[in-house]
Structure formats: structure tokens, C-alpha cells
Design a protein around this ligand. Structure first.
Ligand code: URA
Length: 252
């Protein structure tokens, strides 16, 4: 048995004082019931602990880097569609995708059973980079690029500034720090444009392994995992294979 706040701090989810606040805010569930008291005793083997809906446990963790293909959903289970979990060879209980990509979006998706790491990567305010390669219908004007870089308001929703890196006339890279629903598609729609292909190529310092065909996955290396656990640093976009036209420095 272990105290809830001690367990969460040992697993790196949060500090003990943060655990008290999370508990008071009703963000910690123990066996499906909100637990308001962070000093409650937990049975590590029996009790199911969720922080912001992510499972937290001492189970051995696994970490897969998946090149998500189009046509599968970013969910642990679905009645109607194949899920990203169906593409993982080891059917271990508790695996889930870290964040969501749209059904038609491809690219990097981390699959794990490590709720603490997922929380550290996804929690609001962590500002973890997510870098995408975006192909769109019409070339962007300098004014469009400025809007992407400054951030925009779409139907009362504010989209934070993106880092814009040109690649080709109708392809760019965008680095975002949030993970809003259809974020990039809605930003382009607001510009009167349309995304025709979307691929995530980086999350924090984990880059898509281009040797993985869509639908293939592999375990993370020790070095990748260590880097993923490091505190957030400034964006380090991977070099696009070809960039033409603008100087990326001018557009950031
Ligand atoms: N933005 C989108 O519009 N879709 C995704 O899948 C990811 C980011």
C-alpha cells in the first residue's frame, strides 16, 4: 500500500502538493470514483488510478512509435473502425494513444500504457511541440502566413500562434503547442483554404521514423524515451528534405 500523493510523485505524474490540488479539483479517480483526499492509501496491484482520465500504475511500461496510416481511429477501442491499438503486435491491457490524430491524418503516434508520461506530454500548459507536414489546396499568401504565425480567433475559439516553415508552394510544416480538435484543418478553413494531406512528423523531441511504412510500429529506443522525459526545451524542427522560396527564419 502507498499514499496516493506519494505514488503520483514517484511515478513523475506531479508533485505531492500538486496531487492535493488535483484531488481537490476532482481530477483523480480511484476505481472510478473521484478521490478528494491525496493521502488516501492505494493498493498498487488492485486499485485503478486515473489522473485526467489517464491510467497511472506500476505496471511495466511499453512505448511504441507508430506511423499511423489514414483510415484508423486514434482510440483504444471502437465498434466501427480499426484502431491504432489494433496495429500494435503486443495486445497488452491498458495501451492507449498519446493524443489523437484525425482518422485521415497520418504519422507519428506514441502508444503506451504509461499514463504519467502521457499526462506530462498532453497536460494543458506543457506546450509540447507537435510538428506537422501540411499539404493544402491553394498557396498561402504572406497575409495568411502572418495569421498562422500570430494566432487567430475562429468562432470564439482562439488558436495560438504556430511556427510556420515553408517546404513547397502548397506544403509547409507547422509547429503547434496545443492539441485542439481539427486544429490545423480549421485554421486553414478559416483562411479560405483546405488541408488535403496531414502528417505528424514530431512530438517534442521524438521524430517519425521514416523507415516505418504507414501502419508499422517499433518500440522506442532507450535514448528516445529518455529524451521524451526531459523537460520541454525550445522547438528543434527536423530539416525538411526540400525547402524553397522563403527563408524560414523570416517567418517564425
Ligand atoms: N490538426 C488537425 O486538423 N488534425 C489532426 O489530426 C491534427 C492536427
Amino acid at each position: 500500500m502507498i499514499r496516493l500523493d506519494k505514488m503520483l510523485s514517484e511515478l513523475g505524474v506531479c508533485t505531492r502538493s500538486e496531487a492535493k490540488k488535483l484531488a481537490r479539483a476532482g481530477r483523480i479517480l480511484v476505481n472510478g470514483v473521484p478521490e478528494k483526499s491525496a493521502d488516501r492509501k492505494i493498493d498498487e496491484l488492485q486499485d485503478e488510478v486515473l489522473v485526467d482520465d489517464q491510467a497511472v500504475s506500476y505496471e511495466p511500461f511499453v512505448y511504441y512509435l507508430l506511423n499511423k496510416p489514414a483510415g484508423v481511429v486514434s482510440a483504444s477501442s471502437s465498434e466501427d473502425y480499426r484502431t491504432v491499438i489494433d496495429l500494435i503486435p503486443e495486445q497488452r491491457r491498458g495501451l492507449f494513444p498519446v493524443g489523437r490524430l484525425d482518422k485521415d491524418t497520418e504519422g507519428l503516434l506514441l502508444i503506451t500504457n504509461d499514463g504519467a508520461l502521457a499526462h506530462a506530454l498532453l497536460a494543458p500548459g506543457r506546450h509540447v511541440d507537435k510538428e506537422y507536414e501540411v499539404q493544402y489546396e491553394h498557396p498561402l499568401s504572406p497575409a495568411d502566413i502572418a495569421v498562422l504565425q500570430k494566432g487567430m480567433k475562429v468562432q470564439d475559439e482562439v488558436f495560438q500562434p504556430a511556427v510556420y516553415l515553408p517546404v513547397r508552394e502548397t506544403t509547409c510544416r507547422l509547429i503547434l503547442h496545443e492539441g485542439r480538435y481539427h486544429e490545423i484543418k480549421r485554421m486553414f478553413e478559416a483562411l479560405g483554404n483546405r488541408v488535403v494531406h496531414l502528417k505528424r512528423i514530431r512530438m517534442k523531441n521524438l521524430t517519425l521514423d521514416e523507415s516505418l511504412a504507414p501502419g508499422e510500429c517499433r518500440l522506442l529506443t532507450e535514448a528516445e524515451l529518455k529524451a521524451l522525459r526531459e523537460p520541454v526545451r525550445q522547438p528543434l524542427p527536423a530539416e525538411p528534405s526540400s525547402r524553397s522560396g522563403h527563408n524560414p527564419e523570416e517567418n517564425q
